[in-house]
Ligand binder design. Sequence first.
Ligand SMILES: CC(=O)N[C@H]1[C@@H](OP(=O)(O)OP(=O)(O)OC[C@H]2O[C@@H](n3ccc(=O)[nH]c3=O)[C@H](O)[C@@H]2O)O[C@H](CO)[C@@H](O)[C@@H]1O
Ligand SMILES: C=C(OP(=O)(O)O)C(=O)O
Length: 440
Amino acid sequence: MTSALRIEGGNPLNGEVKVRGAKNLVPKAMVAALLGSTPSTLRNVPEIKDVQVVTDLVELHGVSVTNNTETGELTMDPSQVSLANHADIDAHAGDSRIPILLCGPLLHTIGEAFIPDLGGCRIGDRPINYHLRVLEEFGAKVEKLPTGISMKAPAGGLKGASIELEYPSVGATEQVLLAATRAEGKTELRGAAVEPEILDLIAILQKMGAIITVETDRQIIIEGVPSLKGYQHNAMPDRNESASWASAALATGGDIFVRGANQKDMTTFLNVYRKMGGGLDIQDDGIRFYHPGGELNPLFVETNVHPGFMTDWQQPLVVAMTQATGVSVVHETVYENRFGFTDALVRMGATVQLHRDCLGPTVCRFGHKNFQHSAIITGKTPLKGADIHVPDLRGGFSHVIAALSAEGTSNVTGVSVISRGYEHFVEKLNALGAQFEAMD
Ligand SMILES: CC(=O)N[C@H]1[C@@H](OP(=O)(O)OP(=O)(O)OC[C@H]2O[C@@H](n3ccc(=O)[nH]c3=O)[C@H](O)[C@@H]2O)O[C@H](CO)[C@@H](O)[C@@H]1O
Ligand SMILES: C=C(OP(=O)(O)O)C(=O)O
């Protein structure tokens, strides 16, 4: 696997890339398969590290998985789900955030679960207090151990609950869905997240036999059923990868057709892109994103839960903002610490100032705390090559596109983290005409 790139920047990215299933849906769809009594088939599965991590985890629990990485068809047979050895599970500590979502399905099928310390991007503290509270509301007995979290189902199994989330957390909403569908009785969830990936997960659960109603005002009602069957599903395309390539086109002055990008999941992003002066050609089978020449406009953006501007779109777009003429402002309201990647941009010549105040109308959870969660980006600044070690998934993608738009050579290390969410990243860069040398 490529761990470092020596990039010769200053050339636009031009050409076509294909996006397959969403990183933020596919691993959860795999977890949902554990709830079924018969095998499930998921299509459009990308070859990314998070899929491998979940494959390893569910295999440890007795699920038989076959994955055709070329066709993207993955089948899971959950008929032999069993307890796994703690040490084997613990070997996956720090790999991804998905293990916490195994709790509901494991409590239903084998009555207990052990979860290692979670991974995922270090873009904030990322506590799991909502997850644990939700599971306790279903009746689970939760015990924190030095190496992870152990839990047991109550006698008679999980019971439906009335739950209110204090913040519309994506993961906690998924936790409720995966625990409630087979719990006894009705579950009412208020303050739910309604990201497109969650609606796709609900579609999968409905195919399996679940009864789930998405009401207005972030309410979801789940009427528990005693058993579910397997599903066949085509995973929704990755709107975050699509938006990343869109920002890459703007940052490098290029022109990229993202085959598979879906307009309906990206309307908020597309509006922002158009306001910035980015060119769009929305087609049935994908979207062409391009720099139309001339000046890009500065922008004000606040990240937020869906249907707001997705936080995962923010980091690559900030690189494009360094190439807009004037002052752009980004107020990050989802994670308290998602601007660490801008240090490298500043070393490359960008003008980015971070602030602890909420620079926007939304009074977010971080306003009165000591977090640099607002950024002022003043452009247009030419970027020059630098040596960079990537910090996280989106930050890593952003650093690579900054290096591609910069004059001169950049040595980017730690790029293997990008494979957690971007399929065939190096091959795609190559297809877009990027000039680089890849090192293992
Ligand atoms: C694998 C996956 O789908 N990851 C996505 C998911 O992450 P994830 O599901 O982890 O994100 P959440 O929506 O849960 O987190 C949002 C906010 O809630 C806080 N929080 C969350 C849970 C909890 O128990 N306590 C708590 O305080 C988090 O620290 C964060 O500030 O949604 C995020 C927000 O759209 C995206 O950036 C991630 O790409
Ligand atoms: C924050 C992200 O993912 P995760 O929740 O998997 O760390 C992301 O995809 O940008």
